[in-house]
Design a protein around this ligand. Structure first.
Ligand SMILES: NC(=O)c1ccc[n+]([C@@H]2O[C@H](COP(=O)([O-])OP(=O)(O)OC[C@H]3O[C@@H](n4cnc5c(N)ncnc54)[C@H](O)[C@@H]3O)[C@@H](O)[C@H]2O)c1
Length: 400
């Protein structure tokens, strides 16, 4: 029940107003396909249906009949009879030249992000790839190389970037009010939030590859790294554990009758790391799908002239709901200023879809570029490697 409530809250956050922005030229239709017709594909489909210039032409899923059943749910909103969806995997859909695909949304589990993105880019199709970008840094490098070769748009599904409050963190950092930034603490988590909304694709290693670290850790890293211009990561000392996910006594399993999931759990449910970034900045990070604690703490950004406190959230996949605080010393007096919440934290998912479509149509820059997210993936990869090795590791991101 708690699990269902969680899912509804997440999907509700994706409803909302039409994305703001210039009028859309509906005379040129964008032909879109959806790869992976599971949980998050619904948020993509719902957002695409609100765009006047989109024609959904195809869908693919590894599970026979799943894509057809997915589109059938929308039959009361749109004519789904022409949507082709009898492909055994993304490969056959991408190879079907009759579709004349302009764009695909990749909504598969993490382990198949890389192969789907590379195949689509190699076929000359613009790609909106769900987060996390993939599982390993090597995969991210291959994706970026395919993107470069193709000249197509690749955007990664970080909708919080379109939130005005998230953007305010970056505005404060860039304003100079903090002086030189030298230390950042970020993270988040839930007491009982291991996600298994429609099965085990988030918790099995063969499908997810990463647990809390990839699922919500990528958001919390992006929240601060995007604000400070994505400096290059240099080294990381990382830790991960899975005490809750592997326990049949985990309350989330017990309450939902899924204690058998403990045997399937093959990823992390907690991760922490100490990361050195270029420019002498330290990033202290922790993320949890489950813990005996309300929150692992606020996000703080400390600088030589001021510091910023951003109230903690469970997973950073939307906005935050309390004002940020700016700490300074003015004329010898310590002062704290509340930065009021900025209105407009709605329709983030639609903005992610719309900005991707605009870039694809007009040959513009990617709204969430891989050149930044590759550093996010490099940190995640470094945390996993360091945790396995039990020591600090270096991070090397090759030239693309
Ligand atoms: N942006 C967000 O807010 C948000 C929210 C939830 C999930 N996600 C991300 O979306 C992704 C999918 O999550 P989900 O909950 O929808 O998973 P899911 O398991 O419900 O759905 C994934 C689907 O992809 C299909 N699939 C896998 N490989 C495929 C391939 N090669 N070709 C065709 N189909 C393939 C699977 O059969 C499955 O039906 C994850 O990476 C997750 O992190 C993002």
């Amino acid at each position: 029940m708690a699990q269902e409530k969680n899912e509804k809250a997440v999907l509700d956050a994706f409803k909302g107003v039409q994305a703001n922005g210039p009028a859309v030229d509906a005379s040129k239709k964008v032909r879109v396909g959806i790869i992976g017709c599971g949980w998050i594909a619904d948020a993509h489909m719902t957002s695409y249906l609100k765009q006047p210039d989109v024609e959904i032409v195809a869908g693919a899923d590894l599970v026979p009949g799943k894509a057809a059943a997915f589109f059938a749910k929308y039959a009361d909103k749109v004519d789904v009879s022409g949507i082709k969806c009898d492909y055994p995997s993304h490969k056959e859909m991408i190879a079907d030249k009759s579709l004349k695909l302009d764009c695909v949304s990749i909504c598969t589990y993490n382990r198949t992000h890389a192969v789907c993105a590379i195949d689509a880019l190699n076929a000359g199709i613009n790609v909106l790839l769900e987060k996390p970008m993939c599982v390993t840094l090597d995969e991210a490098v291959e994706i970026c190389r395919a993107e470069k070769k193709s000249g197509k748009v690749l955007s990664i599904g970080f909708q919080p970037r379109f939130d005005p409050n998230m953007q305010m963190i970056g505005k404060v950092c860039r304003s100079g009010e903090l002086g030189k930034i030298y230390y950042i603490q970020t993270g988040g988590g839930r007491r009982q939030g291991i996600p298994f909304p429609y099965g085990t694709s988030f918790i099995e290693d063969k499908t997810a590859g990463l647990g809390a670290l990839g699922d919500i850790g990528c958001y919390s890293l992006d929240c601060v790294l995007n604000a400070i211009g994505y400096p290059k990561p240099l080294t990381v000392s990382g830790y991960k554990s899975a005490y809750f996910g592997t326990s049949k006594e985990y309350a989330g399993y017990v309450n939902s009758g899924h204690t058998d999931y403990a045997d399937k759990f093959g990823v992390d449910d907690f991760a922490a790391a100490f990361i050195r970034l270029e420019g002498g900045i330290i990033l202290d990070f922790r993320i949890a799908w489950a813990m005996h604690l309300d929150s692992p703490g606020d996000t703080i950004i400390m600088g030589t002239k001021g510091s910023l406190r951003v109230p903690a959230t469970e997973c950073w996949n939307g906005s935050f709901d309390k004002p940020m605080k700016l700490y300074k010393n003015v004329a010898g007096q310590d002062v704290v200023t509340e930065i009021p919440l900025v209105p407009g934290s709605v329709g983030l998912f639609e903005r992610k879809i719309r900005t991707f479509l605009d870039a694809s149509k007009n040959g513009g820059k990617s709204p969430v570029p891989s050149s930044q997210i590759i550093y996010n993936q490099a940190i995640i990869d470094g945390i996993a490697r360091s945790a396995d090795a039990g020591r600090e590791v270096e991070i090397h991101v090759p030239e693309i």
